[in-house]
Design a protein around this ligand. Structure first.
Ligand code: CAA
Length: 256
């Protein structure tokens, strides 16, 4: 059996390719567990500065694997806490970019939303069609989509099961950039390489603070940010970054 994901390294960037193209990258348990297990050590590796997650040209991922789920009972889903391991992917602290080409449906859209940024090819189609299967999103879609695009658009997508194209997704605030399909990886990799040149400690702190904005009230969020900002003055990257600016030279960050 082919490995459900392919991991490649380009300097400080790790490219993760979902590798079930014939099944439109349907996210079965093997994909879920392999992603969580294989990326955990890379997340802790100071030499890894950014992840890029991609699917195939046709499909980033067409959702959870319907064939794997079809015969399950409530007791099996509940006692196994089916999908819980996805939170291990969501909890990775290294910045991660979803490079979405083609379909990002159901769990595919939810996986993209677990990333810090979504770069969408102009061919990308997003949706939460679970209602058509007699269920609802189960990998965080009702929560993350609503936080990201607001109730109006989230209800529209989740209740009708319709798809939205890349332009609508950008207008809704779901995606950071829409890119011509043949330039998607080039631009995602360029952004990832840029992020990976910065200190990993600062990059992790930045994404953690932005994520907190989705969970905390403004006052608590600002206190959280300020504590992290102050803490970064304990890093040599702060000393280096500011010295480099003053000395008019490029900084050399170590993540320390
Ligand atoms: N699970 C399992 N298999 C899937 C799949 C999925 N989510 N999506 C596609 N496949 C399989 C198809 O069954 C088909 O397999 P066979 O060749 O063995 O018949 C193969 O992938 C190719 O699919 P299509 O022929 O349908 O390809 P297409 O290009 O005509 O259409 C598509 C692509 C629009 C994505 C269509 O496949 C589709 O609608 N897929 C299902 C989308 C969906 O309902 N996603 C939600 C899943 S539930 C979920 O994700 C729950 C959650 O919250 C986590």
């Amino acid at each position: 059996m082919d490995h459900p994901i392919i991991i490649e390294r380009q300097d400080r960037v790790v490219i993760v390719t979902l590798n079930r193209p014939a099944a439109r990258n349907a996210l079965n348990s093997a994909v879920m567990l392999t992603l969580a297990d294989d990326l955990a050590p890379l997340d802790r590796d100071p030499g890894v500065g950014c992840f890029v997650i991609r699917g195939s040209e046709k499909a980033f991922a067409a959702g959870a694997d319907i064939k794997e789920m079809a015969d399950k009972t409530f007791a099996e889903m509940y006692t196994q806490d089916f999908f819980a391991a996805w939170e291990r992917f969501a909890a990775l602290r290294t910045p991660k970019i979803a490079a979405v080409s083609g379909y990002a449906l159901g769990g595919g859209c939810e996986l993209a939303m677990m990333c810090d940024m979504i770069f969408a090819a102009d061919t990308a189609m997003f949706g939460q069609p679970e209602i058509k299967l007699g269920v609802i999103p189960g990998m965080g879609g009702t929560q993350r989509l609503t936080k990201l695009v607001g109730k109006a658009k989230a209800m529209d997508l989740i209740l009708t099961g319709r798809m939205m194209d890349a332009a609508e997704a950008e207008r809704a605030g779901l995606v950071s950039r829409v890119i011509a399909a043949d330039k998607l990886m080039e631009e995602a990799l360029a952004a990832a390489q840029t992020i990976a040149t910065y200190g990993k400690t600062a990059a992790m702190a930045a994404r953690e603070a932005v994520d907190r904005a989705l969970e905390l009230g403004l006052r608590e969020g600002i206190v959280f940010e300020r504590r992290l900002f102050h803490a970064l003055f304990a890093t040599s990257d702060q000393t280096e970054g500011m010295a480099a600016f003053i000395e008019k030279r490029p900084p050399s960050f170590t993540g320390k």
